[in-house]
Each structure stands twice: as structure tokens, then as C-alpha cells.
Design a protein around this ligand. Structure first.
Ligand SMILES: Nc1nc2c(ncn2[C@@H]2O[C@H](COP(=O)(O)OP(=O)(O)OP(=O)(O)O)[C@@H](O)[C@H]2O)c(=O)[nH]1
Ligand SMILES: [Zn+2]
Length: 364
């Protein structure tokens, strides 16, 4: 029996999924664009040995404009900067540029030389992939003359820059749903959704049998391991999760989406880095920026798509965040009402909630 061997080859999306695992392990990947290619290593997990092999290949460190602003590096590429590694730069330099943990204790001193010529697409794709890998958004890049040949020679995963930069939402497939009796309602059901790009699965908790033709009481809850599971007092997530479910139980119907976008989409390790910066006096938004992230890296189109897949088109949304309402509406859902969800304020999270009101437009 013969097989069409092409059918075994990973496609562009499958290569991206593979590249995220490689990056997390510290294995370099090869990113190819139409007129440029580069070897990309995630700064956070780059080993001293691998860095030593890159010296002599003119490595640059790609960081986001947010991280560049903290380091006072000019971001000539707009959303990112390409910092040329000084001749004597070792792994400690790379890590200190990428990670703001010691910014205050031992500030990085310039002047920094930055690359301005040529395309930054490979670097941009590298940063997008480190973010998608839930690592610090920084990568060391060296230009390659022949990306595909280099990848083949060194057995590295080769990915397409434009695919890494696509903003299209990966299709989400329903995997399974089953009854789940809950303390708030015995008529609970849990649905699992899996994205086709190998990303995180997301969950929908359906309570009762909501009428698909009417607005459904809905909560888009972003994962918060510390608040949801550990009872952290630094945020209001745990009380919001339980409050939303209690309200759905009391009304007899509702749908709670549990979106695995921990830490507003930066992952738990990075959220804990942000907490450590908050211990140094920075607020929640400043901490994200110092790490190199935007204020909020979540993609609420996922929530809209899951609701659509479940048959809902109109929602009464439990939130204090007007941006969530706007993003759901721009994804084609009708938000007939914003239902406030003000629970769980305490003296540990009062400043956090005030910052969200002042900087992120949350309603108090
Ligand atoms: N990066 C970061 N994420 C945080 C921090 N505190 C909580 N989170 C995450 O923020 C998400 C919750 O977002 P919130 O901003 O509290 O609320 P919201 O979802 O925007 O709005 P509501 O619908 O009103 O709750 C969860 O994913 C938490 O893990 C923090 O200091 N930094
Ligand atoms: Zn939380």
C-alpha cells in the first residue's frame, strides 16, 4: 500500500504549534518571510551554550515597544525594537534586557545600538510566538541567507512569518459536553472547545436550558488560578466567578465561559512576574508594560465564537468592563444589557480595582 507522503507533512498551522513547544524548550526555530529569514530563540530560555554559538552571526534582541520604553531604547520599528547585542553580551545581559525583575536594583545601562534597516517581520513574528508560548516577549534573532536549508541541516522547525502574524481566529471545535450537577444548579452542563491551532482549550458551563431565541445571562470569565482556586485577595476573580454562577443558578439559566487566558492573556508565570513588580510599587498596567506586554492581551473573539457555536446571539453580560461589551458587539453578538458584577473588594485589591477603573475604563 502506498501513501501520498505529502499528507504526512505538517501544514503551516501545525508547524506553528510545534514551534511554540520548541521555543518553550529553548530550541531555536527558523522563521521565513518572502524576502528574509531568521533563526529565533526565546530570550527567557536561551542557554549560554546556544547564545555562544550565535556570537559572530550578528545577533539582535527583539523586544516590544513597551519593554523598549522602560529601557529607553528607541523603537524604530514601531511596535518593536531590534537591539544589537554588544560584543561582550552574555546570557545575563539577554535575560536582564528581557526580564524587568532587576530593573530597579541594577538598571540596564545604554547606549543601546538598534537595527533600523531591513525588514523586522521575522522579529515581529518571533515576538508573537514567544507571547503565544506564554514566555517573556523577547527573542534573539540572527538573519539567515537560506532559512529552509538551515532548518533542514539543523533539524529545526521552520515556520512562516505571515502565518505567525495572522490575526484570524483559529476555528474552535466542540469536543464533548456532559451533565455536571453543581451546587448552584443541578441542571449544569460542561462543554469543552478545542482550537484547531493547538492552543488552549476553553470551557462553557451551561446552567439550565437557556432559550436560544432570548438574551442569555452570560459571563466571560478569564482564568485566574490565584483568584479562582487559591482564594487570592489580590483580585476579585474568585468572588466574581462564584457570584456569576450563583446568579445563573438563582435565575435558573445562564452560560459562563471559562476562557483559558490566564493573567489577561500573558500566562501564569508572567502574571506572577507582574505581581513581583507590583511588590516593587508598580500598578497592574505598569507591570504589564515593563514586562513588554500590552495592558490586556486577551482575545474576546474566542468568547463570541463559543457563544455562537452554542446557539446564542444575544447576551446579558455580567461585567464591569465596557471594553468586553464593545469587543463582543464588534464580533457580531448583541449585548442587550450590561449586568454589573461588583463583589469581592477588600483592602488588598482596592488599589488594583481603582487602577482598572482609572486606566482600563472599568466601571466602579
Ligand atoms: N497581567 C495581570 N493579570 C491579572 C492581574 N490581576 C488579575 N489578572 C487577570 O485578569 C483577568 C481578569 O480580568 P479583570 O481585569 O479582573 O476583569 P475583566 O475580565 O476585564 O472584567 P470583569 O468582567 O469586570 O471582571 C484574569 O485572567 C486574571 O488572571 C494582574 O495584576 N496582572
Ligand atoms: Zn484574579
Amino acid at each position: 500500500m502506498t501513501f501520498a507522503t505529502e499528507s504526512f507533512k505538517p501544514d503551516l498551522t501545525e508547524r506553528l504549534a510545534r514551534s511554540r513547544s520548541d521555543l518553550r524548550m529553548g530550541v531555536p526555530i527558523v522563521v521565513c518571510d518572502a524576502d528574509a529569514a531568521g533563526l529565533v530563540c526565546a530570550a527567557e530560555v536561551l542557554s549560554a551554550e546556544r547564545l555562544a554559538s550565535l556570537v559572530g552571526m550578528n545577533p539582535v534582541l527583539a523586544i516590544t515597544n513597551h519593554r523598549a520604553a522602560t529601557l529607553k531604547v528607541a523603537a524604530y520599528d514601531g511596535d518593536l525594537a531590534r537591539v544589537i547585542l554588544p560584543k561582550d553580551a552574555g546570557i545575563a545581559w539577554v535575560q536582564a534586557m528581557a526580564d524587568p525583575a532587576d530593573d530597579l536594583r541594577s538598571p540596564m545601562k545604554g547606549p543601546f545600538r538598534t537595527a533600523r534597516d531591513g525588514s523586522a517581520t521575522v522579529h515581529r513574528a518571533g515576538i508573537a510566538l514567544t507571547k503565544a508560548s506564554r514566555l517573556l516577549p523577547a527573542c534573539v534573532v540572527v538573519a539567515l541567507k537560506d532559512g529552509p536549508a538551515f532548518a533542514a541541516q539543523h533539524d529545526l522547525t521552520r515556520v512562516d512569518a505571515q502565518t505567525a502574524l495572522t490575526t484570524a481566529l483559529s476555528p474552535l471545535d466542540p469536543v464533548i459536553s456532559a451533565k455536571l450537577p453543581l451546587d448552584v444548579s443541578e441542571a449544569g452542563r460542561l462543554h469543552i472547545f478545542r482550537p484547531e491551532d493547538g492552543g488552549e482549550e476553553h470551557y462553557a458551563v451551561e446552567i439550565g436550558t437557556p432559550d436560544r431565541a432570548a438574551p442569555v445571562l452570560t459571563r466571560l470569565h478569564s482564568a485566574c488560578f490565584t483568584g479562582d482556586l487559591l482564594g487570592s485577595l489580590k483580585c476579585d476573580c474568585g468572588p466574581q466567578l462564584r457570584g456569576a454562577m450563583a446568579q445563573m443558578g438563582a435565575e435558573g439559566a445562564g452560560v459562563l465561559l471559562y476562557l483559558n487566558q490566564e493573567g489577561r492573556g500573558i500566562g501564569l508565570a508572567n502574571k506572577m512576574r507582574a505581581y513581583s513588580l507590583q511588590d516593587q510599587g508598580f500598578d497592574t498596567v505598569e507591570a504589564n508594560h515593563r514586562l513588554g506586554f500590552a495592558d490586556d492581551e486577551r482575545d474576546f473573539r474566542i468568547g463570541a465564537e463559543i457563544l455562537r457555536k452554542l446557539g446564542f446571539s444575544q447576551v446579558r453580560l455580567l461585567t464591569n468592563n465596557p471594553a468586553k461589551v464593545a469587543k463582543l458587539e464588534s464580533s457580531g453578538l448583541t449585548v442587550t444589557e450590561r449586568v454589573p458584577l461588583k463583589v469581592g473588594e477588600n483592602h488588598h485589591n482596592a488599589a488594583y480595582l481603582a487602577t482598572k477603573a482609572a486606566k482600563s475604563g472599568h466601571l466602579l
